[in-house]
Design a protein around this ligand. Structure first.
Ligand code: SF4
Length: 287
């Protein structure tokens, strides 16, 4: 059988698991393996998502599961996203709402961020939970690679309040060769979210030698200004060696150059993972 959730269109025999490790074929059809299972539960400052322009100064209950449809060799959360870490909790949609309300009372949380792994791999769970959060007055945030097909996105959009979308590079080749993904799908998702009025912030991790050429960064900035808006916040994030990648960390100079380049066209451009650059470059930094 074929899974149509993302552009991988995995064709699976009974017993097989998709590339995301989160969906499998059974005798009774495709099933979500991570439904209601969580491997990480925290209350974080909203800026840590990073979202700098969505209820700044508040906290948000942050939930991670497992599974991801990309295979980034530099994954910063690989223990959660890729590893078979046992779930620390199984929560029904109603239990997530109750936890969100408790977190609002006790920790000033504004809702729930689905983060750490790729939340869109739990689409059935999101479709069951986000309407309940909305009805309870709780915000729903996704920290995502954006790479699912337009139809499931359209189903989800009415219930999503804010998204931090990772744009991993601005070349189809990087998406295809380095992370196993599809740039066009991600850009289409960014446009769809923006047009739908979802609060959108973008993140780009700059990796030396792979996606940090100023020409490519300039093309990304041009695209955001032309296709979205100069008001959409952009976070350039500093890479450090992690998981299966040993390239040296992003230089502070290149990070600064990227921010300066972005600010020629965009109003809100920040540097993440780089407290050395100071407040001018980091905004209200959680780091
Ligand atoms: S969501 Fe998972 S199983 Fe479905 S097509 Fe994408 S990688 Fe394959």
């Amino acid at each position: 059988m074929q899974c149509d959730l993302c552009p991988h269109y995995c064709r699976l025999k009974v017993g097989a698991t998709g590339r995301c490790q989160a969906r499998a074929a059974t005798e009774s059809g495709l099933v979500s393996l991570n439904y209601g299972l969580f491997t990480a539960i925290c209350v974080d400052p909203i800026e840590k998502k990073p979202l700098y322009h969505f209820h700044p100064g508040t906290n948000i209950l942050s939930l991670g599961s497992f599974g991801c449809n990309l295979n980034c060799p530099f994954c910063q959360n690989w223990e959660i996203a890729r590893a078979k870490r046992p779930a620390v909790a199984e929560l029904s949609p109603d239990e997530v709402v109750h936890l969100a309300e408790k977190s609002a009372r006790e920790a000033g949380s504004i809702g729930v961020a689905f983060t750490y792994n790729e939340p869109l791999m739990s689409i059935e769970y999101l479709l069951a939970t986000l309407p309940k959060l909305q009805a309870a007055g709780q915000k729903s945030v996704l920290v995502t690679n954006g790479m699912i097909n337009p139809e499931p996105w359209r189903e989800l959009l009415p219930y999503v309040d804010a998204v931090n979308l990772d744009i991993k590079a601005f070349t189809p080749n990087f998406y295809r060769e380095v992370v196993g993904g599809d740039l066009a799908t991600v850009l289409a998702a960014a446009k769809m979210l923006f047009i739908a009025g979802v609060h959108l912030e973008l993140t780009c991790l700059l990796i030396p030698g792979l996606n940090d050429e100023l020409t490519e960064i300039g093309q990304l900035v041009d695209w955001i200004a032309a296709e979205l808006s100069s008001e959409v916040p952009l976070h350039f994030s500093r890479y450090f060696p992690r998981y299966r990648m040993n390239n040296p960390p992003t230089s502070l100079q290149r990070l600064k150059e990227a921010v300066d380049l972005g600010r020629k066209q965009l109003r809100y451009v920040y540097a993440g993972n780089a407290p050395e650059l100071g407040e001018e470059y980091t905004g209200r930094s959680p780091f």
